[in-house]
Ligand binder design. Structure first.
Ligand code: DX5
Ligand code: ZN
Length: 217
């Protein structure tokens, strides 16, 4: 059985005790640390920027999975590279020259991810698939934690997994938004490699048990 990786999102953590949140991810068996960067323009809210990534970098050796929900991501890649990101994922809806943005990320030594919102079809990123390390399928409209998953988005995971197999591509497929105890199985059946969990992890009475349930079910 293929082991699915879990990337808890610090967006749902207590920012005044971020070191405890990171420690909880480590002791619970989290695989990556997911960092949701929001600019108040591409999405309504503002969360945090490269400074937070740098702070988290000093707290853990786990891979930092940075999810940029920002306009013109190409203007900010160098800051997130310097902050110690391992994966930098941006939205194709926010970057006309997505291919160039991927090149900038990889030239800086990080892994490149591309993400699409629920209304964007897989066909919009097909040309980028040979070049990316990660494809992040949003299963909610990005902008807030704690929303319900839109299950139709998982059809895109199916489609991607098929393309990946047919063409021998190597990217990981991740899902983000509304992943919890009741939605995880469906997501796994669609062919994911990684899942993000914000509120389901940090909001649980026993986050470690929650994570291990979602990973092993
Ligand atoms: C949504 C963010 C997600 C969010 C997930 O805009 O990209 O990473 O933190 O939160 P939950 O798991 O609570 O839906
Ligand atoms: Zn995210």
């Amino acid at each position: 059985k293929k082991l699915t990786k879990c990337a808890p999102s610090v967006l749902a953590a207590d920012f005044s005790r971020i070191h405890e949140g990171i420690q909880l991810i480590e002791t619970s068996g989290g695989d990556w640390v997911h960092l949701d960067v929001m600019d108040g323009s591409f999405v309504p809210e503002i969360s945090f920027g490269a400074q937070m990534v740098r702070a988290v970098r000093s707290l853990t050796k786990l891979p930092l999975d940075v999810h940029l929900m920002i306009e013109k991501p190409e203007n900010h890649i160098s800051a997130f590279l310097k902050a110690g990101s391992d994966f930098i994922t941006f939205h194709t809806e926010a970057s006309v020259h997505s291919h160039r943005t991927i090149q900038i990320i990889k030239a800086g030594g990080a892994k490149a991810g591309i993400s699409i919102v629920p209304s964007t079809p897989v066909s919009q990123i097909v040309e980028l698939l040979p070049f990316v390390d990660l494809v992040l399928i949003m299963t909610v409209n990005p902008g807030y934690g704690g929303q319900s998953m839109i299950p139709e988005c998982l059809d895109k995971v199916n489609k991607l997994a098929q393309i990946k197999e047919d063409k021998g591509f190597v990217f990981d497929i991740s899902v983000d938004g509304g992943i919890n105890r009741s939605s995880i199985q469906k997501a796994k059946d669609s062919g994911i490699d990684v899942f993000v969990a914000g509120s389901a992890f940090f909001g649980a009475d026993d986050p470690g048990a929650e994570l291990s349930y979602m990973k092993n079910c």
